[in-house]
Design a binder for this molecule. Sequence first.
Ligand code: SF4
Length: 472
Amino acid sequence: MQKEIKHVEATESSTNSSVAASDKQRGVYVRTFGCQMNVHDSHKILQLLSREGYQPVQTPEEADVILVNTCSVREKPEHKVLSTVGSFRELKENNPELVIGVGGCFARQEGDVLLRKAPLADLIFGPDNIPELPGMLQRLYEKRKPVVEVAFDKADDVRFLDVEPQAGSSDLTAMVTIMKGCDKYCSFCIVPYVRGRERYRSAHEIVEEVERLCSNGVREVQLLGQSVTSYRWQDGEETWELARLLRAVDKVPGLERLRFTSPYPRDFKPELVACYDGSVPTLCEHVHLPFQSGSNEILYRMNRRHTREQYFEWVANLRKISPNITVTSDVIVGFPGETEEDFAQTLDLIEQVRFDQLYSYKYSPRPRTPARKKEQFTEEEKTDRLYRLQDLQNRISKEKNEALVGTIQEVLVEGPSRKGGGQLTGRSRGNKSVNFLGNPALIGSLVNVKITEGFHNSLMGDCLGAVEKDAQ
Ligand code: SF4
């Protein structure tokens, strides 16, 4: 039976943890490492603490509380986390009242050991402990002793924090968490150990959160979960899987675009593929489908539970139902035991699938994962394979973007382009970055852009004006 999963209003603990009694509002600064889940968690931390009377600030120098939200998926970000915390030494020496907290996956992985590794830290919290942060800070101020909370939610008390629309916010896009954790145990991945087993959020809460966001101007929503395609919610006799949830969210008034990440390819069932046939109009024509390796032997050792042949079939099914769908993916090079032949199979898969974009990583041994015990490649060997793979993908990405020259793309205009020169930037439904010259008044609207140039990671075009939608 599905255990009850608690929806937590961000104001829940306001009475005992407010900073209203302090002389001034305490400033809080959050530095984020890692994935979109962490970016979203940091957003929630700031919202939660703002409601408790803290004031988000832009620099560590302005802060009374510095929180570092960490990642442990690879080794490099861990080193960066420790050096980042160390970089606040002078601030702490000048202001002994300054609180330094470390949260997220690395905090969950290390627990109170982190107090030794990062001696400036006085607050350690895991990803499930964000709702407790106001109370933890209060305890710290009262008892003046480090506070550590890294336990997962109890099975009968799983908490999801809503992101509330901010008054006057101009956010066009929002992320909504629909599940936590992962049960897949890929042999290279630390996520099941630091984010816990899969726990799902009520479909009704998810739809309500999207409704609130859209009624405040959000136009694009991304549903988030570590293995989002495994979403499953039992409501009495009724079973909700991701396909049904997408169809329900699609009907929310004001929603223009719907995305989800990150999927587990095996869970891409026919009902989910069918959502791309145009019957879920807000669902964007983009799928992120991690393949990790093109070699069946390596896929087996990774415990991915699929073959390259199945992967080809899944991509073919998606392209059959949605011919213009963009396909992006994740790949790891230098997994223990990956021969030159295995690596050639990965390059071959990339050539055959022709991804629009690829996120490529060197294998990094992670604590508690089975693959860490195997013989490892040197950094030079992994780097060599990574560069060869990226050269191939850069060529393909550029060719695919050049092939879009002359097409008209619907773009949600997000703001001024970093390229300057009066250019605006936004994303196509296929999740490509599109730049064009345009009036800033267009920010927040959907426009049609005729593509004039394709680069390896963006498109350039001419704005044709606002998209006209049929009256509902
Ligand atoms: S499915 Fe993704 S999150 Fe889950 S163990 Fe595998 S790589 Fe990690």
